[in-house]
Design a protein around this ligand. Structure first.
Ligand code: EPU
Length: 338
């Protein structure tokens, strides 16, 4: 276990913002951490945050609280049925390493979620999604440290209340739970999901599409469209795609016939925020060293490497205003702004 004060977070957030946390605690042994947490309950009555790779965070100033960073990384098959494996991973394992390992185990389903930055723990908090798949579709259960009783509790996938980039861990259990492990229910027989346009285009002339092929295609697509956070600071999609009701959608489509959207088939429509920002002419737009990415307008980047969190926040506010003025839609950040 590590327990430091005034700790630099630059390598712990993918925007590469140079800020410090008052206190930083990481752990690679769960039992040791539970004991520590039980004896130091005060930490959880004050300001704290749990971070994975910091791939969905924007620090606008030093963090005047405690950063808890799980570094527990074991994984393996727990049990199997005729058609499924239940594979467990601890929270601190890098998400994409886990996806790769599941495919090596011939446990399928997560391939569309390849190369998403972050950790296994964060994947369920955020209900990560890409190319027609959301992680919640494969979660059997989640184990978390309950910060009221200081015991490990298990919650089923259904109880996690997964929805678009949302879960119980961002709501009812916010600040009350630290995810320590996730059990995934994965297929022995591949069921490749190739519905998403970008994937469809890659597999159109392939006779036998395998999950490994999908993984390679997804990695290819993401590498072409999205900046590598190791090279240029970013947190993936900065905003969520707004969801609107049919009346508002019909009105918008009438004014903007090129609108990019997904029919959610429940009376609601998800509008492609990247398209909205793009149509505002903001691709490549720069503000104090921060910028809108040239290939994908939904991604904000620390272009100069020296932009501060507040500069990126200002850029986000400029975008919010332009989109609101043009389309009457209020974008909501997907990134947590601290
Ligand atoms: N588009 C534009 N201009 C742009 C960006 C997008 O016209 O600058 C259009 C695209 O042509 C497409 C539509 O908008 O018709 C949607 O774009 P895309 O397919 O790239 O996906 P997205 O909605 O922008 C979402 C997720 C991504 C995920 C992709 C692929 C959110 C907020 N983002 O992006 O997730 O990888 O779908 O499934 O839901 C992330 O959360 O960090 C992330 C990268």
């Amino acid at each position: 276990m590590k327990d430091f004060s005034n700790y630099c977070l630059k390598s712990l957030n993918t925007f590469k913002i140079d800020v410090n946390a008052d206190r930083f605690i990481s752990f690679d042994n769960l039992d040791e951490f539970i004991l520590f947490a039980t004896e130091n309950k005060d930490i959880f009555n004050q300001k704290f945050i749990v971070t994975g790779e910091g791939s969905n965070l924007l620090f606008t100033c030093d963090y005047d609280g405690t950063v808890i960073h799980p570094e527990i990384k074991s994984f393996g098959i727990l049990h199997e049925t005729d058609n499924h494996y239940v594979v467990q991973s601890e929270a601190g394992l890098k998400w994409d390493n886990f996806v790769e390992e599941t495919l090596k185990l011939q446990a399928f389903g997560l391939e569309n979620l390849s190369l998403i930055p972050g950790t296994v723990g964060a994947s369920v908090v955020q209900n990560i999604g890409a190319y027609g798949v959301e992680v919640g579709d494969f979660v059997d259960n989640v184990k978390y440290l309950c910060l009221e009783e200081f015991v490990i509790k298990t919650i089923s996938g259904d109880e996690c209340q997964f929805s678009y980039r949302n879960s119980i861990f961002k709501n009812e259990l916010k600040n009350k739970a630290i995810v320590v492990a996730v059990d995934f229910f994965l297929n022995k027989i591949p069921e490749c999901n190739t519905n998403y346009a970008d994937i469809k285009a890659c597999v159109s002339d392939i006779a036998d599409v395998t999950p490994m092929f999908i993984r390679k295609a997804v990695i290819d697509i993401r590498n072409k469209k999205l900046p590598d956070p190791d090279i240029i600071g970013n947190a993936g999609s900065f905003f969520k795609n707004p969801v609107i009701v049919k009346d508002q959608f019909d009105e918008l489509l009438l004014k903007f016939p090129d609108l990019r959207y997904y029919d959610l088939h429940n009376g609601n429509y998800k509008i492609a925020a990247g398209w909205l920002i793009d149509v505002c002419g903001l691709k490549g737009f720069e503000h104090k060293g921060a910028a809108v990415h040239e290939n994908q307008a939904l991604v904000l980047i620390n272009k100069s490497g020296k932009a501060q969190g507040k500069d990126i926040k200002e850029l986000a506010d400029i975008i919010l205003k332009k989109v609101k003025d043009k389309f009457g839609l209020a974008l909501e950040p997907e990134v947590i702004i601290l």
